[in-house]
Design a protein around this ligand. Structure first.
Ligand SMILES: O=C(O)CCC(=O)C(=O)O
Length: 278
């Protein structure tokens, strides 16, 4: 099968923990996802939320795990080139869905994304990556930034809530020999870190390792509404691993009700296979 990415791009992703990819997605996918968000807002899932506490001001909105509720998202998840790109980046034989989200920051919203890494939000262990696909042209000071190389720190940080105030959930602890620490104060020590940030045109994206720290760095508040679709997928080494009490209660409950047990490989109804090397 013909390769989409070069060896240099794959090496860069593995070294930096995030890579900018120019024009990989056809504009028709972007329009489709935009339409998906419009539909989702009109008929949201029970998981839809605003991270902005004050009412009546521009908000920072999110819905997740809606791929099987919104046909536009389902089409993207199964038929866009992402699963194949992810397989190349992670040298995977097989790619399974972990979870989809969208985020929409209304123009003028003061709410921001806390620095976090996605690995601590999920009851899974293994090699995973995340697509960050802006649905409007988004300047490098208007989205999130990535802490270069942070996926290789060999650290796990507690989950931080996106709701204003950015509360850290749970306490420092060791679970199954893995230490979960308080996330570092990135904003208070900006000069200690190297950041990756890119201007994105329509069709451009960033793909990052599930362990790479990212969040809002700039204090500039975009005056236009910006949205992005994000999609997490896993390589064949990923397993179900129920971790601390801070992981999303509803998500875990549904996984347990669907019969997923510790150590199970990904697959089945909730985590379908999206790509398999022939
Ligand atoms: O784009 C955003 O607003 C947040 C994205 C993010 O932090 C994530 O997908 O983990």
């Amino acid at each position: 099968m013909e390769k989409i990415l070069s060896k240099e791009q794959i090496n860069q992703f593995q070294k930096d923990g995030a890579i900018f990819l120019k024009g990989l997605f056809d504009i028709s996918w972007i329009k489709k996802l935009e339409k998906g968000i419009e539909k989702d807002i009109k008929n949201p899932s029970p998981r839809f939320k605003s991270h902005t506490i004050e009412k009546g001001i521009p908000a920072y909105l999110e819905d997740y795990w809606t791929w099987d509720l919104v046909p536009e998202f389902k089409d993207f998840v199964f038929n866009s080139p992402y699963a194949k790109i992810a397989a190349e980046l992670m040298s995977a034989k097989k790619i399974n869905l972990v979870m989809d989200n969208w985020f929409l920051r209304e123009g003028g919203s003061k709410s921001s994304t806390p620095f976090h890494h996605d690995i601590s939000y999920f009851d899974m262990d293994g090699t995973m990556c995340v697509l960050w696909l802006p649905l409007q042209p988004t300047g490098k000071n208007e989205g999130v930034v990535w802490v270069k190389g942070s996926h290789l720190w060999n650290k796990l940080f507690l989950r931080v809530l996106f709701k204003d105030g950015h509360k850290v959930e749970g306490k420092e602890c060791v679970i199954d020999g893995k230490k979960y620490e308080l996330p570092p104060d990135i904003l208070g020590n900006k000069n200690k870190y190297e950041f990756l940030q890119w201007d994105c045109e329509l069709g451009d994206c960033v793909i990052f390792d599930m362990r790479t720290l990212h969040g809002t760095l700039s204090s500039i508040i975009p005056n236009k509404t910006l949205s992005r679709y994000t999609l997490r997928v896993a390589k064949e080494d990923a397993k179900i691993s129920y971790i601390g009490d801070w992981t999303s209660y509803n998500y875990r409950k549904s996984m347990q009700e669907a019969g997923y047990k510790n150590g199970d490989p990904l697959g089945g109804k909730m985590f379908p296979t999206l790509f398999e090397a022939s």
